[in-house]
Design a protein around this ligand. Sequence first.
Ligand code: MTE
Length: 457
Amino acid sequence: MAIQPVEGEKLPVKPVGVFPPTPPETIFGDASTPSPPEYPLPPPSKAPTEVLAIDEKTPDAHVPRDPRLIRLTGAHPFNVEAPLSDLYNEGFLTSPELFYVRNHGAVPEVKDEEIPDWEFTVEGLVENPLKITFRELLEEYENVTYPITLVCAGNRRKEQNVVRKSNGFSWGPAGVSNALFTGVVLGDVLRRAKPLRKAKYVCMEGADKLPNGYYGTSVKLNWAMDPNKGMMLAHKMNGEMLTPDHGKPLRVVIPGQIGGRSVKWLKKLIITEAPSDNWYHIYDNRVLPTSVTPEEAANDPRWWKDERYAIYDLNTNSAIAYPAHEERLDLATAPETYSVKGYAYGGGGRRVTRMELSLDKGKTWRLANIDYAEDRYREAAVDQKLFGGRLDMDWRETCFCWCFWNIDIPVSELKEASDIVVRGMDEGLHIQPRDMYWSVLGMMNNPWFRVTISLEN
Ligand code: MTE
């Protein structure tokens, strides 16, 4: 993976948020502008154009997809992750076609010519209710672009399901991805609507009609108004229009929090005094106490209605991409050292400050190197006014993205080990625990990540 530091390169700035939608392009310019060397550009889009046979008989028959994605819930609804090595090899920015997808139901079909008139409302406890079309949003509001990592709260759930079946399907460790999102600062829109004094929450609702109503959830209003939180109404991913699976034409993106709060196909923002009463807010994205069994949870709605168990900020987490679990290493051809590597992320804007690896089941630990490519974007954004040049929010002070870590291990030492484990710690000293916290939805699973390898002579 060759991510190089930026050194004084002046990068061409392309205005973002133009309408009508343009054909795929990079946010840095078209072919006539000099291409900036040494900068972690979005990978060239290989956006699929064909609808796969498996999707033809589903309500998503209008959505072209990448066949490399691993389907976790059969043909439909579409819930997928990339093979971990493919995800890792993409580097800091994941291309939209390999970005994990979590769809509760069918993808709303929105034709390009319908996008300018796509409308959403800002209603509820506001002085000035708004109805905003996509065209107005682009014309009347300033755009920002930041790299943001999204993570499904179910990332790594498979490990919980192996221990004891939860009510959720088995995500591996690739329910996480990172992209440059372009959009309007959520607080800018809310400020125009003028929330009333007693308003406390922003409820969000998508256009996907599900068995229990439209998908919706909420976050605190003061978070949404806080520029440090970086919440946005996004319409582009890596400089290109959102793809149908990722919310075309408009979605909420919330850095540092579980992906479930980043509502896709946005239709409504409702300002309220209480958290969302949407079915998916109440019965999804919660970590109930570990003692609550699936039967108890199914029979007693009080467990679900307790907002204390709702999850927002991500917890510290990491995974080993190389070696893969159960990989065979051929000692005859192995180099003297093996580079063990993977990803890590913190939650709530906190950065991972330490990654540790153990070859003796946690008795002793050694420190790995950490690379935050996000810093290079931040430097470039500050120095060169990239991404629309707007920096009134303090992305400078916070952290929206995953990092990559690596450590070289002498193969002679690997030979002695039966497994490799890693753990991360963030700047708030939140450390990945040794033990799993099982819960009925199997969410936020973050114990030490472990792989076993076999060595062959
Ligand atoms: N928004 C709508 N409208 N419908 C959904 O099913 N899924 C949520 C969230 N927003 C969902 C949604 C969940 S659980 C996650 S993890 C993220 O979208 C996934 O975003 P992605 O599919 O773009 O990766």
